[in-house]
Ligand binder design. Structure first.
Ligand SMILES: [Zn+2]
Length: 314
């Protein structure tokens, strides 16, 4: 027979009748897990940060940029856009493989800079133009990441666009590219490669397949832009190809090129594969692509990126 400690019977009786405290929901910051303060949606620590940012209400945009609170040797990539998360992870893995130190503080601060500026892809950003409150360590990590993921990708894309007579883009890529690239031609902070991109983007004929673009969207680049509605797009692209000696290049524009691939209007696919498996994300292909022949592979000197060039056999 077990001897009961004094008071144990009372405890059992209390447990049998007591209702548990009602659990508070977790702080709305992803991964935070601390109880929220009634009415605010966020925990005390994040509420303090919100006030420090001069805000009253934690809106979705602010929440997206926040990291959970971490102890000194932890970092989280949660606030980053998916592509940036993969890029930074890749750079950190490369650094680890070289036997170099991973500095959690520098990573945490780099995450804050990248999330704070809503960077969608490190490979496409001008790091010099980021007004970082960065320490030398953070600056070094961002530059290292950029070098590892960006340089080979950029150089190859420049090679492609140099050989192009025209660009063919979907509306989203058009807005993104034209909003950024032409201005790089005269940007003193931009590197040589990006300035040349800017120069070419400032003058090359751009064909956009879209039912949604308005006059305002294209006003700035009216001289060089042709907007083609989706319905006659295939006929248009066929004619464009027949009348063109150079390449017609598509970057991004996933919806657009997938439709053209299915229609048999794509001659080559150039895939650049980085040494990183995401495990999820948006599929590149929206339907099966059969009959591809491998025409070229290339490994870039200072990068783990590999080019796979396929012809579609048409
Ligand atoms: Zn929190």
């Amino acid at each position: 027979m077990m001897r009961k400690r004094p008071g144990a019977e009372d405890l059992e009786a209390w447990v049998a009748t007591a209702a548990p405290y009602e659990a508070l929901p977790a702080c709305l910051v992803g991964g935070c897990g601390r109880d929220w303060r009634p009415g605010s949606g966020i925990c005390d620590l994040h509420a303090r940060r919100l006030r420090a940012d001069g805000l009253e209400v934690a809106d979705a945009a602010w929440l997206d940029r926040q990291a959970p609170f971490l102890i000194v040797n932890q970092f989280s990539l949660a606030p980053l856009e998916p592509v940036v998360r993969a890029e930074l992870l890749f750079a950190l893995a490369a650094r680890d493989e070289r036997g170099q130190r991973l500095d959690p503080t520098a990573v945490r601060q780099s995450v804050a800079v990248l999330a704070g500026h809503r960077i969608a892809a490190i490979a496409a950003v001008q790091l010099g133009a980021l007004p970082t409150r960065a320490t030398a360590n953070v600056d070094a990590l961002l530059r290292e990441t950029f070098r590892v993921v960006g340089a080979a990708f950029d150089r190859y894309n420049l090679e492609r666009i140099r050989a192009a007579d025209a660009l063919l883009l979907g509306a989203n890529s058009y807005r993104m590219f034209m909003g950024f690239w032409p201005a790089q031609a005269a940007n003193p902070e931009a590197g040589e490669v990006h300035r040349e991109f800017g120069e070419i983007y400032g003058r090359i004929p751009v064909n956009v397949i879209s039912d949604s673009l308005t006059g305002d969207d294209v006003a700035q680049w009216q001289q060089q832009t042709t907007v083609i509605p989706r319905a006659p797009a295939q006929t248009y692209v066929k004619e464009l190809k027949d009348g063109s000696d150079g390449d017609i290049v598509t970057f991004g524009s996933r919806v657009t090129w997938n439709a053209l691939l299915v229609a048999g209007l794509v001659d080559e696919l150039h895939l650049i594969v980085g040494a990183n498996a995401l495990g999820d994300g948006t599929p590149a292909f929206t339907s099966a692509a059969n009959g591809l022949s491998l025409a070229e592979t290339r490994r870039f000197d200072d990068s783990d990126n590999v080019l796979l060039r396929y012809t579609t056999g048409r």
